[in-house]
Design a protein around this ligand. Structure first.
Ligand code: FAD
Length: 510
């Protein structure tokens, strides 16, 4: 039994519609527990409309939602993503000699040791000049040739290797809306102008047109406004602004040069004077944007940087300026209100984690769903888990800046001279100067990132253990050479067998 008979979701962006589809699927599936789910959204206040790169967890969420993968390709302009290519983060050089990749696949264990250890063994002995992302795993072989992680005949959600999606955020929200409303979620338009609060939390929301809506549980999906969780319930905001400096973005889609333009099967994140730009290839267009620090770059400069990156490509809209609040609510679940998406927290999208936090929060919410509305233990645990997850993401994103060799502008120098590096990240850096990362080093309640994820960034930016490197130093070089030769063979086979990203999307669309 759950204590909620009616749920009101306020906000119709990705968070609102994902919550609606998820709640309907999970709660609506039990006819013995009828729950009325309603979503109200404003037509005046738009949704943020960005959020085009994802992480592999979205595949499981879509399975839970009962949405076929093919629907993403036909309705959300989706392509597949092998990971992220970071250009210019080593020293600010041109992409040709200054890039590294962060793929989704994890280095395998060969001869009892991870490929991280084999590569490190050879690297420290001067026996390999290959970069780790090339030597240690298979997936980056797909990056350069714009290859798909799925074969043409791979079933929905399956592939020989981990993958995620690039998609059109507005179209994803529309797809989720269709699915949710077809399954019984009530939908209406209206702007919430006042929120009534009592002892147990929110008691009603009042709309501009005079309607008063009540529910047992309220879900705040009002974006950065945080109308219910922040303005009404006054849950404080935990800011990461002293560590992560980027607080603005400008976004603008550009047209493909021609209908069959090759599609990059990775997200591009290029370091710039005051932040970084993204490029995300969808089937019909490329999403681009510049994430920057307003203390180091004016909006006009940011737009000019983005336009310079576009070169002769045709913009498909006016550049859209967005303010970003970096941090999270101290408690995302307060009394009878759950905050999801940007209302609950946000960290710059360098590792494409915004939608992941919506998925994660929904799953955890169900894990801790109480039998009575006033039960507190589960709520407290939920809040501490999500807060810890945000802390970990802050550390992981900050790592990219702190160990970058780029110090050519005031923005980049701030990461040595001004920003706060939390003790949790300092400890990891100290440890990993001595040894290879291991999952047990990351002492988090739950973790999105494994030691391998950290190592891709550390190795990519050349921050390697210089004070010893553990077991791998006792490995015979021939064993490590054999292991990496084995990986090289699999890479070559993957390139032979994988279709191009364009061929894959053409095939799915028939
Ligand atoms: P919004 O999209 O802002 O929706 C808010 C909704 O609330 C709207 O429907 C609005 O009408 C409604 N609303 C607001 N006030 C009221 C009111 N008073 N009454 C009624 N309705 C109201 N995430 C990723 O996973 N990958 C990415 O690559 C990525 N890139 C990003 C890039 C940038 C620059 C930014 C800022 C974010 C990015 N994100 C990314 C995050 C992602 O965009 C969000 O997590 C996701 O879109 C969820 O947004 P939302 O639904 O919480 O808010």
């Amino acid at each position: 039994m759950i204590p909620y008979r009616s749920i009101l979701i306020v906000g119709g962006g990705t968070a609102g519609w994902m919550a609606a589809a998820y709640l309907q699927r999970v709660l609506g599936a039990n006819p013995a527990m009828p729950v009325q789910i309603r979503l109200v959204e404003s037509t005046e206040i738009g949704s943020i409309g960005v959020g085009e790169a994802t992480v592999p967890t979205l595949r499981d969420t879509l399975k839970i939602l009962g949405i076929a993968e093919s629907e993403l390709f036909t309705q959300a302009d989706a392509t597949l993503k092998n990971g992220i290519r970071f250009n210019g983060w080593k020293h600010g050089g041109a992409a040709a000699d200054d890039h590294y990749d962060h793929p989704f696949d994890h280095p395998v264990s060969l001869q009892g040791h991870s490929t991280m250890a084999h590569w490190m063994n050879l690297r420290q002995r001067g026996l390999t000049a290959q970069a780790f992302d090339e030597a240690g795993g298979v997936q980056t072989a797909l990056f350069d040739k714009n290859l798909s992680p799925k074969f043409l005949n791979s079933p929905d959600f399956e592939a020989p290797i981990a993958y995620a999606y690039h998609l059109d955020a507005i179209k994803l929200a529309a797809l989720l809306r269709r699915v949710a409303t077809e399954r019984g979620v009530q939908h209406s338009y209206g702007e919430v102008t006042e929120v009534e609060v009592g002892e147990e939390g929110i008691t009603a929301v009042n709309l501009k047109d005079g309607q008063r809506l009540t529910a047992d549980l309220y879900i705040d999906c009002t974006g950065f406004a945080g109308l219910l969780i922040g303005k009404a319930l006054k849950v404080p905001w935990v800011s990461y602004a002293d560590s992560l400096l980027c607080d603005r973005a400008v976004a603008c889609p550009i047209a493909h040069a021609h209908a069959q333009q090759p599609l990059r099967s990775y997200t591009t994140a290029t370091a710039r004077a005051a932040g970084w730009t993204w490029e995300i290839d969808l089937q019909s267009r490329t999403g681009t944007g510049y994430v920057y620090s307003s203390a180091h770059c004016s909006d006009d400069e940011a737009v000019a940087t983005l336009q310079q990156m576009h070169g002769s490509a045709q913009p498909m809209a006016e550049p859209r300026l967005l303010k970003m609040r970096i941090g999270h609510r101290a408690r995302m679940w307060e009394k009878n209100c759950l905050a999801l998406g940007l209302a609950g927290g946000f960290i710059e999208p360098l590792e494409s984690t915004g939608i992941y936090f919506i998925e994660r929060a929904l799953q955890s919410f169900f894990d801790f769903l109480p039998a009575t509305a006033t039960a507190q233990c589960g709520r407290q645990k939920f809040n501490s888990l999500i807060a810890d997850l945000y802390d970990e993401l802050r550390d992981f994103i900050l790592l990219h800046y702190v160990i970058s060799g780029r110090r050519d502008t005031p923005f980049w120098r701030s990461y040595t001279e001004a920003v706060v590096i939390p003790p949790s990240l300092q400890e990891l850096l100290c440890l990993w100067d001595e040894k290879l990362p291991h999952n047990t080093d990351i002492q988090r309640k739950q973790s999105l990132f494994t030691a391998a994820n950290y190592f891709y960034i550390l190795a990519g930016l050349n921050r390697l253990p210089s004070k010893g490197f553990g077991q791998s130093s006792y490995l015979a070089p021939s064993v490590s050479q054999g292991a990496l030769a084995h990986i090289a063979k699999i890479r070559a086979a993957a390139v032979q067998q994988s279709p191009s990203m364009r061929d894959f999307t053409n095939m799915v669309r028939g």
